[in-house]
Ligand binder design. Sequence first.
Ligand code: CA
Ligand code: CA
Ligand code: CA
Length: 195
Amino acid sequence: MGPKLKTYLITGIIISGIVLGLYFYPKPSVFNESFEEGFGEWIADSDVPLDPNTGEDVFWEVTRTDSVSYSGSYSLNLSIDGRQDDGTVWIERRIAVNPNSNVQVKISFQLYSEFESEANDIAGVCAYLGTYDPEAEADFTRLGRANQVSGWKEYSHMTNLNTGPDGEIWVAVGITVLWETYMSYYIDDVEIIIS
Ligand SMILES: [Ca+2]
Ligand SMILES: [Ca+2]
Ligand SMILES: [Ca+2]
């Protein structure tokens, strides 16, 4: 093999290596939802107490609405009868990922409060990032008070985790009752970044 051919060959191998490296280098996956067409991949869930007056779960619901929005025309409205001083309502979704990999998951979203409250903690904003389907209030991390402003405020949460053998992660955001009252908040522009 002549020195020139050898140089070509080595250069070729190096370039192939760089191209393959770039191809396989993990790129962040981004998932955005603004609820303009529906719930997207998101579903509603809750962990709420019984109402002693009826013997049934307290009222809660998650509906899509065009009464307020951060972007586009629609957002999701999360409501709960908090008069039993307990309960968490959220939206959740599953994302398929490579199994057994270490990833960083970040979620950010906009939350709308109709009023600001300095004196009372009416509700908490909460989120879950993990490898199982969240079912209970205890699965969630509290991100802050829901009534910090009158209007929209961004909240975010980040964690590092191993995706485990099932190759799926679950993400959820919602509100948790801190004061005995009926309450209603809106969520829009949810973004998840997995890197
Ligand atoms: Ca929207
Ligand atoms: Ca669930
Ligand atoms: Ca459930």
